[in-house]
Design a binder for this molecule. Structure first.
Ligand code: HEM
Length: 156
């Protein structure tokens, strides 16, 4: 059985990170320790793998991942996080908008994935400050991933 963060805690974390993402910038690459603090590429690959194990068992979002090439997703997500952490990786996947177009991802799905990522980082003893710095950088991609529902036409 999966241990879950409470919905309230996730909501607070995601809300706070989204706010912070708007006003914080990453330090210059030369002073950025995030890549090392996440355990370099092999550490990132480990918690991404554990996150994907959690995701495919997570009833809230597992359906979205049905039929997806998980090995390729693992590689691309690892490279993307490595790159966001200013590590020596090149991300070769699609843009976030392109990769998530048509998946209909909403706020609740986004929060569920963040929660699964936090659990995976906790399982891998990623220091909390490094977790928060990574979540902050991921929060900046929120608007490229979450589909804003189109306004319903008004009928008079
Ligand atoms: C900041 C948050 C997120 C990041 C950084 C992210 C990152 C990525 C990356 C790097 C890929 C691979 C793209 C490629 O192979 O070209 C991907 C694909 C995918 N993501 Fe996300 N993702 C995020 C949020 C989500 C959420 C919330 C969901 C659903 C709950 C989701 C579902 C998927 C699925 C199903 C694919 C595979 C699409 C396909 O192969 O056609 N992602 N994502």
């Amino acid at each position: 059985m999966l241990r879950r963060l409470s919905a309230r805690k996730t909501f607070l974390i995601v809300g706070l990170l989204t706010m912070l993402a708007g006003c914080q910038s990453a330090p210059p690459a030369s002073q950025d320790t995030l890549y090392n603090d996440l355990g370099e590429r092999h550490g990132i690959a480990r918690f991404v793998k554990d996150m994907l194990y959690i995701v495919v068992e997570d009833d809230r979002i597992a359906e979205t991942f049905r039929g997806v090439d998980i090995a390729s997703l693992h590689r691309n997500l690892t490279d993307q996080i490595c790159h966001l952490a200013n590590g020596p990786c090149t991300y070769n996947g699609r843009s976030m908008t392109e990769a998530h177009a048509g998946l209909g991802i909403d706020e609740t799905d986004f929060n569920a994935l963040v929660e699964d990522l936090i659990l995976a980082m906790e399982q891998n003893q990623v220091p909390v400050s490094a977790q928060n710095r990574l979540l902050n950088r991921l929060a900046r991609l929120h608007d490229q991933v979450v589909r804003i529902p189109e306004a319903r036409p008004t009928t008079h």
